[in-house]
Design a protein around this ligand. Structure first.
Ligand code: KG4
Ligand code: ZN
Length: 342
């Protein structure tokens, strides 16, 4: 029997909703981004985020049902982001998903947000097969994972301080660019020379697969302050140098993870995986390693409902029992504690 899963994402500043059909794939997806709401504050204000999810979630669910030409009663399961993320924002998705599930008498699955990101590239044509190495680079996480099977994730490396996306966002602030900084830095860097300033490559000579990005941010701040007045070209060169340093550092650690695990597939996921410079640097590296690189289209790299619907679909296949009715969220939730049995 075919399955139709409603996916709900509300972990941070995007309300994402989608419907995945086991036979026809992604039927509909909608996203409301709160960027304009938070931009004036230079970052996400949790209470405003929760309130906006409350206002947008039900209308978005109606819209995806309409787009897919389905009624609520056609749904066979619901998945929602259970964590990690902002507690109030997560609660909006959890309460809505559980209430709908109870009313419709269908299973409701809590999904790990980073597992959603990790699985998103599998929505594309010619997807990778388990096992593979995954680089998860988002606003809150920078992790290298050995994905052995669905739900079986071994942590190979983590950031000791800032996440890659966070480093982009903080560096953007130093360059007086608006939030979120990743796409802004990428845009500015296009007209910059990445070789003009010699940026440090953090932790590159340290063994292992851990990262550290706070030093890069400090280096950028010191560099910017050393100018009496920055020209537009100076700013572009700083952005390009920073972006290249992040890409090279991530690439070196990915290379190590591929060698260490013997894997020949590298999957990149999360908001920063939309970065074209990172994709370029990584594709050169994987070619040299005779490995392959996998990523999702840009709209599936940043937060979205489709990845949660799809993760729900995959998890449903291995689910052994009905999930509990209690409305609970996990603002902090290490991914290696996930099991392959829901
Ligand atoms: O995965 P995501 O949408 O949300 C979290 O789970 O955190 O990632 C958001 C992060 C932000 O830090 C944003 O600046 C960064 O991804 N980002 C980018 C790009 N697009 C989004 N960073 C670099 N280049 C991009 N093109
Ligand atoms: Zn995310």
């Amino acid at each position: 029997m075919s399955e139709r899963i409603l996916g709900i994402e509300t972990s941070c500043d995007e309300t994402g909703v989608a419907i995945y059909d086991s036979e026809r794939g992604l039927l509909a997806e909608r996203l409301f981004s709160q960027i304009a709401l938070h931009k004036v504050y230079g970052g996400v204000i949790p209470e405003l985020a929760s309130r906006d999810h409350v206002a947008k979630l039900l209308p978005l669910i109606d819209e995806v049902l309409n787009d897919a030409n389905l009624r609520l009663s056609d749904l066979t399961a619901i998945s929602f982001t259970e964590g990690p993320g902002l507690v109030g924002a997560l609660m909006v998705g959890a309460a809505t998903a559980k209430s709908l599930g109870l009313a419709l008498n269908i299973p409701v699955m809590g999904i790990h947000h980073m597992e959603g990101h990790l699985l998103a590239p599998l929505l594309e044509d010619n997807p990778p097969n388990f096992p593979f190495v995954a680089l998860l680079v988002s606003g809150g996480h920078t992790q290298l994972i050995l994905a052995k099977a669905l739900g079986e994730y071994e942590l190979l490396g983590d950031t000791l301080d800032d996440a890659a996306g966070e480093a982009f966002d903080k560096t953007a602030k130093i360059l007086s660019l608006p939030y979120p900084g990743g796409p802004e830095i990428a845009k500015l860097a296009q007209s910059g020379n990445p070789d003009r300033f010699v940026f440090p490559l953090p932790m590159i000579n340290r063994p292992g697969c851990d990262f550290s990005f706070s030093g890069l941010k400090t280096f950028t701040a010191t560099l910017v302050n050393s100018f009496e007045k920055l020209t537009e070209q100076d700013r572009a060169d700083v952005a390009a140098g920073f972006e290249m340093a992040v890409a090279k550092t991530l690439s070196k650690k990915c290379e190590r993870a591929l060698k260490q695990t013997g894997c020949s597939q590298l999957v990149i996921a999360g908001g920063v995986s939309a970065n074209l410079r990172l994709r370029d640097v990584l594709s050169v590296m994987v070619d040299k390693q005779q490995a392959s690189l996998f990523y999702a289209r840009p709209s599936l790299c940043t937060d979205n409902g489709a990845m949660i619907a799809f993760a729900g679909f995959l998890r449903r296949k291995i689910m052994s029992e009905k999930p509990p009715l209690a409305i609970q969220v996990k603002p902090r939730w290490p991914m290696n504690l996930l099991s392959n049995q829901t």
